[in-house]
Ligand binder design. Structure first.
Ligand code: AMP
Ligand code: GLY
Length: 432
């Protein structure tokens, strides 16, 4: 089968890497792709916003499955347009993608179906948002633009003044149309985890657990990013917590979407806070995570294409996934300036040497080729990924590979995986 993958990040490079290992795959195309993906797939200049052009490409190239990486085309209804043309697509419909496209939609769904999440209010004007804020006694408090804001649009306010400024920023258009509506919610205390499940409209199949580092600086400090590194498994997600998450959050959501007549098909990504009362939903994404996918693909033993097809075909109840016991860890290398305005166009050297190290894969997130040179072309630029018996071992291998990369224009965190490594050390001490 020929597959068209939509996207250009490290998530898509990792998916392309896993897809090309599938015996079911004939040709892989990627739109638009990047310099790393180009070594695995034929990159094509297709605009995912032009649904008719994507459909035409699929007909011309006998595409058997379209895999949509990012959320924006899903929220814009690309899956609906392709499905209407009889083209198979992995990714939810526009209606089901509202789980990511509108935070208020998801909060209301949680309220209606008893899914644990932060207490909230939903507002269309600053005056009512401020009135609600005035009645809240606890700080910090969280102000969110309702719509897609590319990872921005979430203000964790430690003072009332900050919360008011956040409300005003949303309604004055700082986040464009995404801020036309605002959610104000309770601050949840705990450790975050990324939880993924394949969902075929009716059945959900959990993937292995992962954890992301959202802050730009070591020790989880500084501004929020798309994710500076990730690892799997996430030891915070014990088997009991996984089962609670499936029973209290994922399965009720799948049932609710089916009941509403807008069944969810694709991958449901729950951002969780593990609180003293158990797992609570921070938000849903309707796609795989970046950089979580990089570590998930390193651990996946089964054929990813078969899994995506089982999801689209609605047969997940008769499907299972096999995983490597090994841990995986990825460190994102970003361009200086990120998460503000990144400096692009700087040259990256030493990638071949780094990639030749055992158990290491380098996924490109934002690169372009200029002849033989690889140039930075985005905020997050590389995801240096390694597998090891433990998270600590994977971490050591990833940083050893990074030491081979010569890129003065880039930086990375030096402590990806610290929580898991601490837990591993504590467990080793307890048994020695
Ligand atoms: P979101 O885009 O909704 O995932 O929010 C981005 C990040 O803000 C999350 O990964 C959390 O670290 C943080 N965050 C969002 N909502 C809350 C909340 N209610 N309580 C604590 N932290 C939150
Ligand atoms: N790494 C978090 C995300 O993909 O949204």
């Amino acid at each position: 089968m020929n597959v068209l993958l939509i996207g250009s990040g490290g998530r898509e490079h990792a998916l392309a890497w896993a897809l090309t290992a599938s015996p079911l795959l004939d040709r892989l195309y990627c739109a638009p792709g990047n310099a790393g993906i180009a070594s695995l797939a034929q990159c094509v200049a297709l605009d995912p916003a032009d649904h008719e052009a994507v459909a035409r490409f699929c007909r011309q190239h006998a595409i058997g499955l379209v895999v949509v990486g990012p959320e924006v085309p899903l929220v814009a209804g690309l899956a609906d347009s392709l499905t209407a043309e009889g083209i198979k697509v992995f990714g939810p419909s526009k209606e089901a993608a509202r789980l990511e496209g509108s935070k208020g939609y998801t909060k209301d769904l949680c309220a209606e179906f008893g899914i644990p999440t932060a207490a909230y209010g939903r507002f269309r004007d600053a005056a009512s948002a401020r009135a609600y804020l005035a009645k809240q006694s606890k700080l910090p408090i969280v102000v969110k633009a309702d719509g897609l804001a590319a990872g921005k649009g979430v203000i964790i306010a430690t003072t009332r003044a900050e919360a008011e400024a956040g409300i005003d920023a949303c309604f004055s258009g700082a986040f464009g149309a995404a801020g036309a509506e605002v959610v104000i919610e309770e601050f949840l205390d705990g450790e975050e985890a990324s939880f993924f499940a394949l969902v075929d409209g009716e059945h959900a199949l959990a993937l292995v657990t992962a954890q992301d580092h959202k802050c730009v600086g070591d020790g989880d400090t500084g501004p929020n990013t798309g994710g500076m590194g990730a690892y799997s498994p996430a030891p915070v997600m014990t088997p009991a917590l996984i089962e609670r998450t499936m029973a209290e959050i994922i399965r009720p959501t799948v049932a609710a979407m089916k009941k509403r007549g807008t069944p969810f098909r694709g991958v449901l990504f729950a951002g969780l806070m593990i609180t003293a009362d158990g797992p609570k939903l921070i938000e849903y994404n309707v796609r795989l995570g970046d950089p979580e996918t990089q570590v998930l693909m390193m651990r996946l033993k089964s054929d990813v294409l078969a899994a995506l097809l089982a999801t689209v075909d609605g047969v997940l109840d008769r499907f299972s996934l096999r995983w490597h016991d090994d841990a995986a860890l990825t460190v994102v290398m970003a361009a200086q300036g990120y998460p503000g305005t990144p400096r692009t166009g700087t040259e990256i050297r030493g990638l071949d040497l780094a990639a030749s190290m055992p158990d290491v894969e380098i996924f490109h997130s934002g690169t372009r080729a200029d002849g033989d040179r690889i140039l930075a072309d985005g905020g997050r630029v590389l995801a240096v990924t390694a597998r090891g018996k433990t998270v600590a071992e994977a971490q050591a291998k990833a940083y050893a590979a990074i030491a081979q990369i010569d890129w003065p224009g880039g930086f990375c965190r030096r402590d990806i995986g610290w929580r898991a490594v601490e837990r591993e050390q504590a467990a080793a001490k307890a048994t020695s």
